[in-house]
Ligand binder design. Structure first.
Ligand code: DGJ
Length: 705
């Protein structure tokens, strides 16, 4: 065999050469057609003092064939069959997908490699499965998806973070050696988001060639970007398997999670644009197509202090501000007076709610709002009836004392009785009460993830997916939020079963700006929960004006998280204002194309959205957020990208912060006027901006006329 498979999408091509094994020779801009001579022109020289044959960097590189970097597969059969070498036995392909079957007749293993290129979004998907063809058990240590990159992909952008500081990024050169991320936390994690970008040196929001990657998986993972000593480079991602986690009996199959990849020649904007399109079309399944309702979540308002009369007052105030969904957070179930007890006992606390939850829900519904409830089903507190009755349901290793996290333990979801108990409790709540929305929390990592003594992160993760799937099929209209101490479980695979992420527990608008920016590379705004918090942020003690808080929350799926009863009339009016602004533009915000503009000032974030408003008219909303003291005395003009250079636009400021008038004694005269300008003027010359104080933001609105 010696042939090319050419996968195509709207803008891109992925060309795979199939010889003994399949190997990507191009993944990037669209190629009209493959020339016959490409077979010859892609042949590599063989360098001196190395192996005597060419070693392909295949879709599953093998140690046994002379690939000295990380192999795609690792495992053994009682110490044997540890260096498989495959040959392709079958290739099935059309323009958009290819399935390769490979076999090693000595190690008795079969690989199936699927590569899909989605036409509309240009997103590439890859996964691999291995089947044990031998009669003896095969212990699989690793099976990862490998995607190759061209030599000019030499700068890496990776993500790190922690509680209250998700999606932070860092850059490094990708030359001579590589980068490796290993996540052993048992959830997607704040620390190791499974995604990275590799691009041409200096790639930015708007410029450069970039390849973006995301592993859709909510458990452990391994992510690698590597450069071989011959200059070839690749990204590899897959599940991180713990010792003995996968033992394949004869004919058993292990399948990897999907690795998603996308190319852009317009910097990071081209990446996020495509990921968002893909998420909207292929991942998200909203039960009903309706505007995303504005939330009020009780957590930072009342914490564990639940009093139904007071909560009803909060609901009335919330409805007056324009809130559309009211969510009772942690603290509603029996014995949950603080964070050290009661997880697992998913029954209403009748001391706190003597008349039941129904009157509260009825009140919320009468006010025209949906009702939502917080749960944390995977967890159990030591001080709980569930733990007292079933201490053996804890995910762990017997004989050891594992550390608790937030004074709680994880339940073993692979235990069928435990699974059934959780399903029954949640099913009962969703049947008994008119609950439209569950905030599904998960507040600790897996330390000894043992099921019947064996490592079980994969099993636990799959059982979680099954629990979510079972509940969704029993209650298809309920929406679910994936929360994990904020953004600890944010990925494409959990999003197939949920509808919103709680991006972070940090409601500090300044911190949120970078958290939301990082998240926005992968996820569209309608799934990014963003709340206006109290004036003094609970997690940082920083104070922000309502302008900074309102504008920051406006860019996601908006909510409010505070006690409206205690807020002043002036603050409440301000919340109502931002809620109204959000509602006015949410069609555009939640369906348009998100982009970011490179700013000359490193402490300024500029981001926007372009698309059709409800009447089908093209509009743009652009936010300029001044994070810290301006770097220069004058801001650089705002040159507006994503605009039709042949069209004319009406432009005005829809949100302007109060400025100190210390930094600026005179604002540009146009600020309170409506301007009309041609697209090319806006794009090439731009508009002047006022000098913004640190931690304030403005919003420009443009409408095509
Ligand atoms: C962690 C979540 O991220 C918070 O929003 C809140 O729901 C608490 N848990 C409740 O315990």
């Amino acid at each position: 065999m010696n042939q090319f498979i050419h996968l195509t999408s709207l803008n891109h091509s992925c060309i795979i050469k199939v010889d003994r094994v399949p190997e990507i020779v191009h993944w990037g801009a669209r190629i009209a057609q493959i020339d016959a001579d490409l077979l010859l022109s892609t042949e590599r020289p063989i360098s001196q003092a190395r192996l005597d044959v060419d070693i392909p960097l295949s879709l599953c590189p093998e140690l046994g064939s002379g690939h000295f970097n990380a192999p795609g597969i690792e495992g053994h059969r009682n110490g044997h069959d540890w260096a498989p070498v495959f040959h392709t036995t079958d290739t099935q392909a059309n323009d958009h997908q290819a399935v390769f079957t490979l076999q090693d007749d000595i190690a008795n293993l079969e690989l199936t490699i699927e590569v899909l290129l989605d036409h509309d979004s240009d997103v590439l998907q890859k996964r691999i499965s291995v089947r044990n063809l031998g009669s003896e058990v095969y212990t699989l240590n690793k099976l990862s998806s490998t995607l190759t990159l061209p030599h000019h992909a030499n700068e890496l952008m990776t993500f790190h973070g922690r509680w209250c500081q998700e999606f932070q990024n860092q850059r490094q050169a990708l030359e001579h050696g590589g980068f490796m991320q290993e996540n052993r936390r048992g959830r997607t994690s704040h620390e190791n988001f499974p995604g990275l970008f590799v691009g041409s040196k200096g790639f930015s929001e708007q410029q450069g060639n970039v390849w973006g990657f995301h592993l859709g998986w909510s458990g452990n993972h391994q992510l690698r970007a590597d450069v071989k000593s011959d200059g070839r480079r690749f990204v590899q991602a897959g599940e991180l398997l713990l010792a003995g986690e996968i033992q394949l009996a004869e004919n058993d199959i292990y399948q990897t999670p999907w690795l998603y990849g996308v190319y852009s020649n317009q910097g990071l904007n081209g990446i996020s644009d495509r990921f968002h399109t893909f998420v909207r079309h292929s991942i998200l399944r909203f039960p009903t197509q309706k505007p995303r309702p504005v939330h009020l979540n009780t957590w930072e308002g009342i914490y564990f202090d639940h009093n139904p009369d007071y909560i009803m007052k909060m609901a009335s105030e919330a409805a007056d501000m324009g809130v559309e969904r009211f969510i009772i957070d942690d603290g509603w179930f029996v014995g949950r007076d603080h964070e050290r007890a009661a997880l697992g006992d998913w029954y209403l606390d009748e001391k706190k709610y003597p008349n039941g939850l129904e009157p509260v829900i009825e009140h919320v519904n009468t006010l025209g709002m949906e009702f939502g409830l917080w749960v944390e089903p995977e967890m159990v507190s030591q001080d709980s009836n569930l733990f007292r009755a079933h201490p053996d349901w804890v995910l762990g290793l017997s004989g050891y004392q594992q550390p608790s996290g937030r004074w709680q333990y994880v339940l073993d979801l692979q235990n069928p009785e435990c699974f059934q108990y959780l399903f029954d409790r949640l099913d009962d709540l969703l049947t008994r009460y008119n609950i439209c929305y569950l905030k599904w929390d998960m507040n600790r990592e897996l330390v000894q993830p043992g099921h019947q003594g064996k490592a079980a992160v994969r099993g636990q993760t799959q059982a979680l997916y099954q629990l979510l799937d079972a509940l969704t099929s029993a209650h298809p209209s309920v929406e679910i939020e994936s929360c994990s101490s904020g953004g600890g479980r944010i990925d494409f695979e959990i999003l197939k079963r949920t509808h919103r992420f709680w991006a972070s527990d940090c409601n500090d608008a300044l911190e949120r700006q970078s958290i939301q920016r990082g998240m926005s590379y992968f996820f569209p705004p309608e799934v990014m929960g963003a709340h206006i918090g109290p004036g003094e942020c609970h997690s940082t003690n920083r104070r922000h004006s309502i302008n900074m808080r309102g504008v920051t929350a406006l860019g996601g799926h908006m909510g409010v998280e505070l006690d409206p009863v205690k807020e002043t009339a002036e603050e409440k009016q301000a919340f109502a204002h931002y809620i109204q602004l959000h509602k006015q533009h949410r069609h555009l915000l939640h369906s348009g194309r998100t982009f970011r503009i490179d700013s000359a000032n490193k402490d300024q974030y500029i981001y926007g959205v372009v698309g059709a408003n409800q009447d089908g008219q093209e509009e743009l909303l652009i936010t300029v957020c001044q994070l810290a003291m301006p770097e220069y005395a004058l801001p650089s003009p705002l040159r507006i990208s994503h605009i039709d250079v042949h069209a004319r636009y009406q432009l005005n400021i829809v949100e302007m912060p109060k400025t100190s008038f210390q930094l600026m004694k005179q604002a540009p005269k146009w600020l309170d006027k409506t301007l009309e300008l041609n697209g090319d003027n806006l794009k090439e010359v731009g508009i002047t901006l006022p000098i913004l104080d640190p931690e304030s933001a403005l919003i420009v609105h443009l409408k095509k006329i």
